[in-house]
Structures are given as C-alpha cells and as structure tokens.
Design a protein around this ligand. Structure first.
Ligand code: COA
Length: 629
C-alpha cells in the first residue's frame, strides 16, 4: 500500500510506525501538517491509498478525507475524544487505557472506528513515558489491524475484521448504528475509591463526547492539602507539555520531572510547611509536601518567554526553555543546603546517577544508570557522567553496563541548556555548545579507554544524535524491540557531530555504510539497527523485561571462562587502533568541524536549535521524509 503519514512533527510514534510499515513492504512517505493546501498537494503528488494521521493538533481538511481514507491514531479508548486523552486517564487513575484508529470526518475523533487496542496503565508513569511505550506499542497493533480492513477503491472498511482489543475493555458496534457511535462496555477493573491508584472511572468517559483540554485549574497543586502521591500524579499527567503551573520563589513556573524524597530526608525537614523549598541536589530542588517531600528536576519559568513571541498567560508555555530547576533558580538555591548522595547507595534516594554491582567477585557486573531528563546532557551532566566513569574504574568489576535512562539512553548535548546561555551575560550559545560537546567527548573517551573490562551499552529507551554515539563507544550495544535510534546529526542544522563517531561507527559498520547512515538521516528500529550491524543484539519486547535480561546476559559475559582472552583481544585492538590513528586525532578533526558549526558563518545549527527548543512549527517537510516531493 501507499501510505502517507501525516503528523504535526516526526515524533517517536510516527517514527515507529514509519519503520514498522516500511518493514512490511508498504511505500511510506511523510508530510508534516503545515497547512491544508500543503497536505492536499501531498495527497495529489503521492496518491496514497491511506493517509495515516499519527499525531495531529488540528483537523484534516475535508478535501482530503472526503476522497482518501484518512485514519487518525487517537491515544484514547473507544468513545474518548479530545486533545488531553492521556492527561485525563492519568488524572482519573484509570487502570486501563487504549489507542483507537478512527476515520477522519468533520468533527475531531468522531469518525468510524477501524480498530483499537488497550493497555494496562503503568502506575507512576508519566504521560510521555506512557506515550513512548504503551501507547506506541498499542498504536502499532491497532494500525496494523486497521490496515487489514482497507478495501482498495472504497472509503469504508471491510465489514469483517476485528474491532476490539484483546484485554479488559470491549467495544462493539451493533448493526444500524451510524458512524462514530460506539457502545463502550465497562472495564472489568472497577474500584469505588477514586483516590486509590488503579481506580477506573469509566463514568468520566462519555462515548462520543468531547473531553476538553485539561486546564491548569484542574492540574493546580494545592500544597497545604495535596499528598505526595497526588502531586506526583498531577505532574506526571502534565509531563512533556504543558507542565503544572505553579510558583517557585514567587516566580510562576511549570513543574516537570518530579520524584519522591526518601524517608530519611523527610525526617530532617518534618517541621517545615508544605510548599517550602528545602534543599537542592543535582538539577533538582526539594519541596515539602503535606506528607513528605518531592524533588523537582525541571521547570519552565513563565517570565522567560522568548522576547520575539511572548507567551500569552493561558497558553501552554511552549516558548519557554525547560531547564534544571537548580539552574533556573541558581541565585535562590545557593542559600539552600546541598544534599548530595553517593553514587553507590541503597534504593529510595533519587539522583540522576546511580551505580550498583551484581554478581560474585571475579565475575562482577557494575551497572551505571544516568537518568538525565529527556536524555539531554548539559555540560554539568556530561562532567558528572565523566567523573562517575572515572570513579567506576576504581571498582573491581569484569563488565560495566551503561544503562542510560529508562526513558532515553541519551539524546546528546542539552539544547535547551545551550539556548539558555544566550541570555547569560558574557556567555553565548556557541560557547555553551563548545563546552558541552567537549564535556560529552570527555565522557565518551572514558568509555572508549576502559579496556580492563567489557563495556555494555543497554538501551532501555530511545537514543538520538550524540546519545547514539555515546552508546557506540561501548564494546557491546543492546536494545529491546521498542527502541528507536536516530544515529545521525544532520537534522540539527547540518551538525557534523562528535563523540568520536568517526572512530566508533566505521569500526562497526564500515566507511560506506557509515556515510549512508549519516546521509539518510532516518530513524532505525532496534531490529533494523541489528541487521545493519549498529547494535549487537535486540531482545525483550519492551523496557519492562529488558533490564532483567541485560543483567542476565551481562553476568554471563562476566563469567570468567574466556574473559581474560577477550579482554586481551580488546586491549590489543585498542593499541592497534591507537597506533593507526590516535583517538585524540579523531576528536580534533570532529571538533574542528563542530567549531565551524558553532562559530562559522553558516548559522544553520543555531537556527535549527532555536526552532527545536521553542517548538516552532515546521515550515516544510524535510525532503528525505517526503519522498513524494
Ligand atoms: N536537548 C534538549 N532537549 C531535548 C533533546 C536535546 N538534545 N533531545 C530531546 N529533547 C527533549 C525535547 O525537547 C522534548 O521535550 P518535551 O519534554 O518538552 O516534550 C523531549 O526531549 C522529547 O523529545 P521529542 O523530540 O519529543 O522526542 P522524540 O522521541 O519524538 O524524538 C529525537 C527524539 C532524538 C529524534 C529528537 O528529540 C531530537 O531530534 N533531539 C535532538 C537531538 C540532537 O540533535 N542533539 C544534539 C546533537 S548531539
């Protein structure tokens, strides 16, 4: 089939469907939803059998849906409509949720349902996390099922076909009901206490009813009365965008990236009033709640709106940078006590980095988590990772697992943090880019030169740009089937890239394939990446079982039967490579190109970064995606 993906942006769900549909042999092109006339032109040019709208913020024009089957992926169960589907589901504490594939009609999310798939809501998961994992997985199943119902030449689905999902909720369309009307059977999981996690409030979902955008009044935190659990849930439901509008040090700001504090910490501050900011750690500020305390990792400060486009007070703060709370309120936070924790510690103490060890002496696996919000790495975070890697060297282990974060392994240098440097007197985005990439290279170098043990990069989440190449610095790279990689830099204003990629990539896949990968600029599924030699293995369906499998395989790697031989080989190879061309030379060459990107006459990188961080609407679809153009 010829399938046109229509999307507001080429986001992770669109990327996943792009890969899955191409792997099935469909001819897939992409058009970003810029304007009706542009979409209409794309349909004329590409002549798709089906337009698949993966992530839209506005209606599809009638000129398109009246002539071509347009299927819309909606992250909600049958009958749910509206743009805050997941936000409401988290807010209500639903135990199950789903994805529907609906035909586009006049009203948004109101067309005939072609397929749907349900999933269990993961307790404590943020909206973005659910979107990237459960929603994406369910969307793939539902889309594939919907496409089976396509009849060439018809705007109707085949009568036969599976409408419902395999789990707790069932939707049936009785004979004679007009399009868009669905009977929603009640979910089996019910609980009468709406405050209990897992409670399913099916009454709040009115089939065929528009559920409005969730307003800040509903999201608002009531510090004197909301429990830690409620506050975490509110911040989770607003994750990514729009955040929970609140205030820190009397400055209005939106809160993201919240984590519960440990009982130890709470005990120290038990006398403080709820809402008080108590301490700092890494990127985060600690804030008292009525029954505990939470770490707030990232904020968007409302009055930081970009001067060219001030944010109207009621609209989501999209024109504002999302930065470490401790950085945004650096002046105020210096007065707060700092509460660092050691890298190696028991469960329950949150920080971005954590190191653990598993297995017996002589066959021991070191495990380094670096949970950087959105996978973005500022200079501070790169240096923390570098220092952690230096410390890890002193540990006697046979294998080191670089686990990255649960949501993203890494997305490379922190573009919001770099953008923010523009506003600091005496600093600039170019200088911040330069410092950050050097710090990132320092971290990658630690991995590349760790020759006394096997290094494993375990991708629990997606990796993009420099984050991919940080992973490739390891000896072995594993991922699960849900991971998407973007192993290229050029989409960010033709950035050349560093992280020693000119060494790591060709040594894995060869020079010609490396050039092709960089040129194509396409996302790769983990399975694709294995077949192209970029990854060593892909196992596990998703993030859920991946960690346990990685540990099992790593312990097997650490078992000493041929380890000494393997390490000797690794060291010999490194020495040979170094003699052929020192790592320092790769770095100098890459950084010369990056220097030009940052300080040269061509402003492409600065323009692209500015557009990315302020989420500026796309003006055109990149030609490598829009094959019809
Ligand atoms: N710096 C700062 N923030 C970043 C980031 C980076 N390098 N990469 C991703 N993010 C943020 C996004 O702004 C977004 O923020 P939100 O929480 O406000 O929504 C969030 O991470 C998720 O990113 P998104 O683009 O929505 O995820 P995706 O899975 O759809 O796409 C990528 C993944 C990697 C393709 C895309 O994020 C990207 O191109 N990132 C930039 C990579 C890059 O060029 N890095 C610099 C060169 S090394």
């Amino acid at each position: 089939m010829r399938i046109l993906l229509l999307s507001h942006s080429f986001n992770s769900l669109t990327q996943r469907l792009f890969g899955v549909l191409r792997a099935q042999g469909h001819v897939v092109s992409v058009e970003l939803d810029i304007a009706d006339a542009v979409t209409e032109e794309a349909v004329i040019l590409f002549k798709p059998d089906v337009v698949l709208a993966t992530f839209l913020k506005r209606r599809i024009s009638e000129a398109v849906w009246a002539r071509t089957v347009c299927l819309v992926v909606h992250p909600g169960i049958p009958g749910d409509r509206g743009p805050s589907a997941l936000d409401w589901a988290i807010h209500r504490g639903d135990a199950h949720w789903g994805v529907t594939v609906l035909q586009a009609v006049e009203d948004m999310d109101a067309g005939e349902m072609w397929a749907w798939e349900s999933f269990a809501m993961r307790p404590g998961a943020t909206k973005s996390s659910l979107y990237r994992r459960e929603v994406t997985h369910a969307a793939v199943q539902a889309v594939l099922r919907a496409l089976q119902r396509f009849m060439p030449g018809s705007l109707q689905p085949t009568a036969v076909g599976f409408l419902g999902s395999d789990s707790n909720m069932t939707a049936q369309r009785p004979e004679g009901l007009p399009n868009g009307q669905i009977i929603l059977a009640k979910p089996k999981v019910q609980d009468s206490d709406p405050n209990k996690p897992g409670h399913t409030n099916s009454a709040a979902i009115t089939p065929g009813t528009w559920n409005p955008p969730m307003r800040q009044e509903i999201r608002r935190i009531n510090w004197p009365s909301d429990t830690t659990q409620t506050i975490l849930q509110k911040i989770a439901a607003a994750d990514g965008s729009p955040g929970v509008l609140d205030a820190l040090f009397n400055h209005p700001c939106r809160l993201f990236d919240a984590h519960p504090a440990s009982a130890q910490i709470i005990a120290v501050f038990s006398e403080s009033e709820p809402g008080t900011v108590l301490a700092r750690r890494g990127p985060a500020l600690l804030r008292r709640t009525v029954d505990g305390a939470i770490w707030i990792g990232h904020v968007r400060k409302e009055d930081d709106a970009t001067p060219t486009q001030p944010t109207p007070p009621q609209s989501p703060a999209v024109n504002v940078l999302k930065l470490a709370a401790n950085r945004v309120f650096a002046t105020q936070s210096t007065a707060l006590p700092e509460l660092p924790v050691p890298l190696m510690r028991e469960d329950g103490q949150w920080d971005e980095l954590r190191y653990r060890e598993f297995g017996p002496a002589g066959a021991c696996v070191g495990w380094l988590d670096f949970e950087f919000h959105n996978g973005a790495m500022s200079e501070r975070q790169c240096l923390r990772l570098r220092d952690a890697l230096r410390w890890v060297r002193t540990r006697s282990t046979q294998v080191l697992v670089l686990a990255g974060g649960q949501e993203f392994f890494s997305n490379g240098i922190h573009l919001h943090d770099i953008e923010a440097a523009q506003r600091v007197a005496g600093d600039s985005a170019a200088d911040a880019s330069w410092r950050t990439i050097n710090a990132m290279d320092d971290a990658a170098l630690e991995v590349l030169t760790l020759t006394d043990r096997i290094t494993v990069a375990a991708l629990h989440g997606n990796a993009g740009a420099g984050g991919c190449f940080l992973a490739l610095a390891a000896d072995v790279v594993w991922a699960h089937a849900g991971v998407i990689l973007n192993p290229h830099y050029k989409n960010m204003g033709n950035l050349y890239g560093s992280e020693y990629w000119t060494y790591s990539l060709p040594r894995r896949i060869g020079e010609a394939a490396s050039r092709a990968l960089m040129r194509e600029r396409l996302p790769l599924s983990a399975a694709d990446a294995v077949s192209r030699g970029l990854l060593d293995a892909c196992f596990g369906e998703g993030a859920k079982d991946f960690g346990a499998l990685v540990l099992e395989h790593s312990l097997a790697l650490a078992a000493p039967h041929n380890l000494a031989q393997r390490l000797a080989q690794k060291q010999a190879q490194r020495e040979q490579d170094e003699a052929h061309k020192p790592l320092a030379d790769y770095r100098v060459e890459e950084l010369q190109r990056m220097h030009r990107n940052f300080y040269g006459l061509d402003p492409s990188y600065h323009v692209a970064r500015h557009h990315f961080v302020y989420r500026k609407p796309h003006a055109w679809t990149p030609r490598h995606l829009a094959i019809h153009r």
